[in-house]
Design a protein around this ligand. Sequence first.
Ligand code: AP5
Length: 218
Amino acid sequence: MVPVYVVLLGPPGVGKGTQAEALSNDLGLPHVSSGDIFRTNLQNQTELGKKAQAFMNRGELVPDDLTIAMIQDRLEQPDASKGAILDGFPRTPAQALALEKILDEWGGKILAVPYISAPPNVLIERISGRWTCRAEGHVYHAIYNPPKKPGKCDIDGSELYQREDEKPETVTRRIQVYMEQTTPLIAFYRQRNLLAEIDGTLPIEQVTEQLLKVVKKD
Ligand code: AP5
């Protein structure tokens, strides 16, 4: 069977991680988040984590060579042999070209590139209310998706925390970096007939419904 991939595109805080989790459960493919992998490396103070830290804290992108090597390594793991839900990668044209090359070599196929969008005021409200689980990166929102027990992850019981890059000035920079470096991918994937526009302002369950329609093409 050909390994299949879904690439979730969209600005910081639009809900890529939340939706990647839902798609992963429905499709039985692992959720591969470049941001989560960087944060795990940071927590474990690996060489990669130390190199990525300064970029992440400033809201800048980690250099392409480090990011591409890290994702290729993750996609080579046995649990990703049937494919993956990609959240936060690719984020630059160089990363998108590298992914294309890797998948060509493996005979892998991108099923769809859902582009989830929402205006900046919605993104800022979502990021400022977000709580993330320490163990696995499961995501909650104080208002829109609260955990059953305050401060604890529903799935694994671990502590919930607010990310270092959630400070207002860093969030503004992340949105700016997204506009400059990631939005060219909208045209890149539209040209390849893979782009599907999704209204990210809808409630979580409705966004999931739209995504499943696009990915399953029904
Ligand atoms: P990363 O972790 O990828 O962050 P991001 O793309 O900025 O996105 P977020 O994780 O902030 O948001 P999200 O879209 O996943 O939204 P979420 O589901 O959490 O990257 C962090 C950093 O790592 C980067 O700045 C960079 O330095 C580095 N990096 C990562 N990838 C890289 C790459 N490829 N190249 C170079 N550097 C890279 O939802 C947000 C909140 O809203 C949650 O509280 C959630 O509960 C809530 N919510 C979600 N959907 C809805 C909804 N429909 N209605 C109401 N609330 C909702």
